[in-house]
Design a protein around this ligand. Structure first.
Ligand code: C5P
Length: 414
């Protein structure tokens, strides 16, 4: 049953359908987006028309369906460049492996990829294909590159596929897609507009000698996703990151550091104007008491090497201790007793919010592209379901913005 709540009034969504069996769900998807008040126009590839007819999509969308780049009649109505400018979002659902590969290469030899190339609107890819095609190195590589180019990848889901295989590759359910579109267009943008946010991300490296260091497997992906979304929503973002090959998201000021002590100094330096501090970095707990000036040599006699380590400063706790402290959000990666440990950290580090993830669960947290979080304040608990890190970042920033807003005085809210 669809419930009309009009959360997408005034939003213009270009639904791009490519040729997969999930195309049959597009009529319902269009209806549900329209129930929310969205204006939906449909573009179909040639193979999509083998699965669902343009006439069906015309009937549900209420507009002519565009199918060809070189159709003089269609171009006389809304031409492809106008159509690409018209859209507030391009939703590619289902996005086949072929479409994904063509987007990666920037093809412009048919209508849908041309529109994507010409558009500056956010483009969502909802992959749908056989699990082996999805897991194939080429598809994974294409998706990775498209994500770096700030395409949004929603899904795929897992389950039984049309071909009988069981695994990842199903297009996300209509409900899930509609919810994500709604969430995308209802961020707490206004709350974060102009707000100064500092985010720590990635690992730190603690030198032992000129060639060796202690570190961890943090990829920095969660912190970078938060920085990217916060900047999209108009915040002034400083991203203090340890060593990671990730590119700097657009409109983000990045400070590259190596060690925990450098991260502490850089963090404290942002404090004056900082409104919100998010500690997403996996800071090494210990560093060498003395860094050897020369490479430590192994000797033939010694089977063991003893290193003397000292504790690193707790960066977020130091920030939270400050007079005029910003709103502080920490992370807790746990393998057991998630709630108990996370709440203990919330208290001992004097944080406002803590986002906890169970790193013992496969496919989430450290070095993964997906995450699931349980967020605790001293009184409340919020669940963010398993999703790609951009989506988790959006939901977490919504919670942060909402909670942060409550700490402002009425005067400050104006
Ligand atoms: O104590 P634990 O490492 O589990 O705490 C995790 C939280 O504290 C994260 O938000 C992390 O960024 C922050 N942290 C920090 N400085 C440290 C250790 C952790 O800011 N030295």
């Amino acid at each position: 049953m669809s419930i009309a709540t009009h959360l997408l009034v005034g939003k213009k969504i270009l639904l791009g359908i490519s040729g997969g069996i999930a195309a049959y769900k597009c009529a319902e998807l269009t209806r549900r987006l329209k129930d929310q008040g969205a204006d939906v126009r449909v573009v179909m590839t040639k193979s999509a028309q083998e699965f669902i007819t343009p006439l069906t999509m015309q009937a549900v969308s209420g507009h002519m369906v565009a199918t060809s780049l070189l159709d003089p009649q269609a171009q006389a109505g809304m031409g492809h460049i106008e159509l690409s400018k018209w859209a507030d979002m391009i939703l590619l659902a289902p996005a086949t492996a072929n479409l994904i590969a063509r987007l990666h290469s920037g093809f412009a030899d048919e209508l849908l990829t041309t529109l994507c190339l010409a558009s500056t609107a956010p483009i969502v890819i909802a992959p749908a294909m056989n699990m082996n095609m999805y897991l194939a190195a080429a598809t994974q590589y294409n998706l990775e590159i498209l994500e770096k180019r700030h395409f949004l990848i929603w899904g795929p889901g897992e389950g039984i596929q049309a071909c009988g295989d069981i695994g990842p590759g199903r297009m996300l359910d209509t409900d899930d897609l509609v919810q994500r579109v709604v969430a995308f267009f209802t961020p707490q943008e206004s709350t974060l507009q102009g707000i100064n946010i500092t985010i720590t991300a990635g690992p730190t490296q603690e030198a032992l000698d000129p060639v060796r260091y202690i570190s961890n497997h943090s990829s920095g992906k969660m912190g970078f996703a938060l920085a990217s979304v916060a900047a999209q929503w108009g915040a002034n973002v400083t991203l203090i990151s340890g060593p990671t090959p990730l590119p700097t998201p657009p409109k983000v000021r990045r400070e590259k550091i190596i060690s925990a002590q450098q991260m502490l100094t850089a963090s404290l330096n942002t404090l004056g104007p900082c409104d919100i501090f998010i500690g997403c970095a996996a800071v090494a707990d210990y560093r060498a008491k003395d860094i050897c000036q020369q490479k430590i040599k192994k000797t033939s006699q010694d089977e063991e090497l003893t290193l003397c380590l000292v504790k690193n400063p707790d960066i977020i706790a130091s920030v939270a201790k400050h007079e005029n402290r910003p709103y502080c959000v920490g992370f807790a990666a746990e393998t057991q007793s998630l709630e108990q440990y996370a709440k203990a950290k919330l208290k001992s580090k004097n944080l406002d919010l803590i986002a906890a993830n169970d790193v013992a669960k496969e496919g989430q947290g450290f070095n993964s592209d997906q995450n699931a979080l349980t967020v605790f304040s001293s009184r409340q608990k919020f669940d963010i379901k398993l999703a790609d890190k951009q989506e988790v970042a959006r939901q977490l920033l919504n919670i942060i913005a909402e909670q942060y807003k409550k700490t402002l005085t009425r005067e400050q809210k104006k």
